[in-house]
Design a protein. Structure first.
Lengths: 113, 113
């Protein structure tokens, strides 16, 4: 069964460094999302992406964040200058049709030291 | 702004019991509501999606109901098993400028063998 994949599973970085989190959505899906979950807290929406552009972004998704679909399969989240408070689990999700079921990847645990 | 609340925060029951998990949301103008399972340190597994026009959905031993007017959804688990132990999350999709899912904090479920 098709699934969303994410790499790496765990990323450790120093504060101020740039990180890129990678996702491969399900192949025939058109809508892509990034969410994050700080330890012990709710899963929070960051950004949605459709037709090669951002559809919506939350207030968390500031200028330090960017997303890109560099080719026909990958979907990336870049954090330009990481802060301690960026430490979280980052989930990628995709759906074929808007308002339909969203499928999540296994997540990337980002640790900022 | 949509807020999702889940009660109880934690639940422990003996194997074999039927149980109900509750989810409430503040804005009834939702397109759908999705239930997920999250195992410790893992991603989100979609269990059921209920569209706003539906009253309930069933998958195996799981049954989810939706009452939009009262802002409530329930997840019923029949004949619980130790393998059902996990955190169960509900998430509402409101669309229209709030493009991502809004999650509750989850119910941490333990099924005692």
């Amino acid at each position: 069964e098709p699934e969303v994949t994410q790499t790496p599973s765990h990323q450790v970085t120093q504060m101020g460094q740039e990180v890129i989190l990678r996702c491969v959505p399900i192949s025939n899906h058109l809508y892509f999302y990034w969410y994050r979950q700080i330890l012990g807290q709710k899963v929070e929406f960051l950004v949605s992406f459709y037709n090669n552009e951002i559809s919506e972004k939350s207030e968390i998704f500031d200028d330090q964040f960017s997303v890109e679909r560099p080719d026909g399969s990958n979907f990336t989240l870049k954090i330009r200058s990481t802060k301690l408070e960026d430490s979280a689990m980052y989930f990628c999700a995709s759906t074929k049709i808007l308002y339909n079921e969203q499928f999540f990847g296994p997540g990337t645990r980002l640790t900022v030291l | 702004k949509q807020e999702v609340t889940q009660i109880p925060a934690a639940l422990s029951v003996p194997e074999g019991e039927n149980l109900v998990l509750n989810c409430s949301f503040t804005d009834s103008a939702i397109y759908n509501l999705q239930w997920f399972r999250q195992d410790p340190g893992k991603g989100l597994t979609s269990l059921l999606l209920i569209q706003s026009s539906q009253r309930e959905q069933t998958s195996g031993r799981l049954n989810a109901s939706l009452d939009k007017s009262s802002g409530r959804s329930t997840l019923y688990i029949a004949a619980s098993q130790p393998g059902d132990s996990a955190t169960y999350l509900c998430a509402a999709y409101s669309g229209g400028g709030a493009d991502g899912l809004t999650f509750g904090k989850g119910t941490h479920l333990i099924i005692q063998p």
